[in-house]
Design a protein around this ligand. Sequence first.
Ligand code: TPP
Length: 638
Amino acid sequence: MAYKHLYHINSPKDIKNMNIKELQELSAELRTKIIETVSKNGGHLASNLGVVELTIALHKTFDLEQDKIIWDVGHQGYAHKLLTGRRDRFSTLRKKGGISGFINPKESKYDTFLTGHSSTSISAALGIAKTNELNGSQAYTISVIGDGALTGGLAFEGLNNAGEGVKNFIVVLNDNNMSINKNQGSIASYLNNIRSNYFYLNLKTKTVGVLSKVPLLGKPLISFTRAVKNKIKALIYPKTIFENLGFVYLGPVNGHNLKNLMYIFSCAKKMQKPVLVHVKTKKGKGYLPAELEPETYHSYSNNAAQKRTFSSNFGEVILKLAQNDERICTITAAMRDQVGLLEFSKQIPNRFFDVGIAEEHAVTFAAGMASNGFIPVIAIYSTFLQRGFDQLVNDVACSNYHIVLAVDRVGFVGEDGETHQGIFDAAFLSTIPNTTIYAPSSYKEQEQCLTWAINGKGLCVVRYPKGNEHSAADSFFEPNKEYLWLPQPDKDILLVTYGRLFETLVELPERFKKLGINVSILKLIQIHPILDEVLEIADNYRTVIFLEEGIETGSIAQQFGAKLHQMGSKTNFFMRAVQNKFIEQGSIEQQYQQTGLDTASVEQFIKTASLTVVKRKSQEGFKTTKEKVQDLNFEGVN
Ligand SMILES: Cc1ncc(C[n+]2csc(CCOP(=O)(O)OP(=O)(O)O)c2C)c(N)n1
């Protein structure tokens, strides 16, 4: 496609003089660019195609040199990026060092607030609007939130607070009737009801358009018509929930009609109260496959689809277990297909619960079920579980309820970047009393861990990464064993790890053998509480090196080292985990390299650690724990 307009737009001011026809042509160009790029790089497709006109209308109506847009989740910001000086770098979307798949202020002054997790935009926008008031600024702050994100409790906390009163504050509800899957819950049904008023604004716009051309009488007639219409509207339609919360409600408006959108935004600007503009869009608009299957095209991956993954294996195993145990229920927070629960939802619909984007609620809801004798299993991405920490501590663990967490996408996740990494859960979950954590690295281990978790006590966690198992993983499976020990002839170096990182280390013993160094491996499956048995194994080695795909502070590695120290072990302990920083987008391989957890870096780390030990030995004279105790030579003490 030849681009007539897009390559002339380098900042928001460049669309200010474009007419409707040109803006419509620009919409088509933006769609082409988005489809072209996502087909190469992967990314969120349907959500972005749905907001093209909405983005243009916002850019046209507001002055982005001072007004601020906060895009909820930030996964639908591609058109916004293309119109704010990032067109030429757009081909680097989701690549290391390239354009982020989410809204990110590091990238552009037009990206107001870092997003990635849903339902935050109203709160963040309100913070900006309130401080604008303190500064005496007349700038507008606009939160653009989807109907899916509106199911998150945080969004309502923001509405509740904003409804008390704030100026120049606009919430744009981008309602496409979809979350990733069909939107769930009574808010979705409620919005469906309002949408049946859909004809209303079109009619009003047309009427205003015609009347305003009538000389002299035009304006008074508009006011009169408006007053009558509002009366009629009030008689026919009850007030919306948003009006009851203190907002002026405008809409619903067709989100693909630029004229209507610009008109309604210009009305919203005139209100002296918080405004909610209800915009109706079609997810996937302009690309038929995505319009027909918005769930499939919510996000698109250009990697060959993997048939069996840890998520799908989880779905199969939990279905089997639930078919034999009527106490088992599954819960998802708006990620049914992604976490592998589609088949479960069809086979056992009465014990399947999609609670919407409501992770905190999911945890306390599960605690309620557990208190009533059921076994709830929450399938959730590691990154989104962060939201449920307080509920896990207070509502689950304090009462020692038995719930199972199936934590998906642990470790690095690749292209989604810093807001989506699953590197915190092992650290924060292991601080909670009454918790057991398993980290399988093969499908068979995953099945075994899920069975242990279902039959366990308290909070039982099974955590596994994105994608599939290592090709050789199966051959390492040992039934009924909470760890895998691959010892070499002497007790020289022991590598300790868990989960997917095992794949990175598995070849190292062979490589080191060639150098005359014996490297053993201890792979933990139960990572918390740390078993005495594995500490005893480690204590017998001269050097223990713990490698972990998780954040360093509070890591299992740190806890392991501390425990060895507490038991008086004289082992030389080293660890490598993710330094305390956020890991940006890139491939998972690149993220391993960046954190020194790829095979080559680990190999080097082992060599450096060995040299450090040799140096220490020559300085102090290395002695095993037993030798040191013998040296103390306490007579009469056994
Ligand atoms: C706290 C949290 N939970 C889950 C997700 C995963 N997620 C990303 S987009 C999305 C659906 C959002 O739906 P909606 O707000 O309606 O936007 P749409 O994609 O339909 O435009 C979900 C569940 C997330 N980003 N944050």
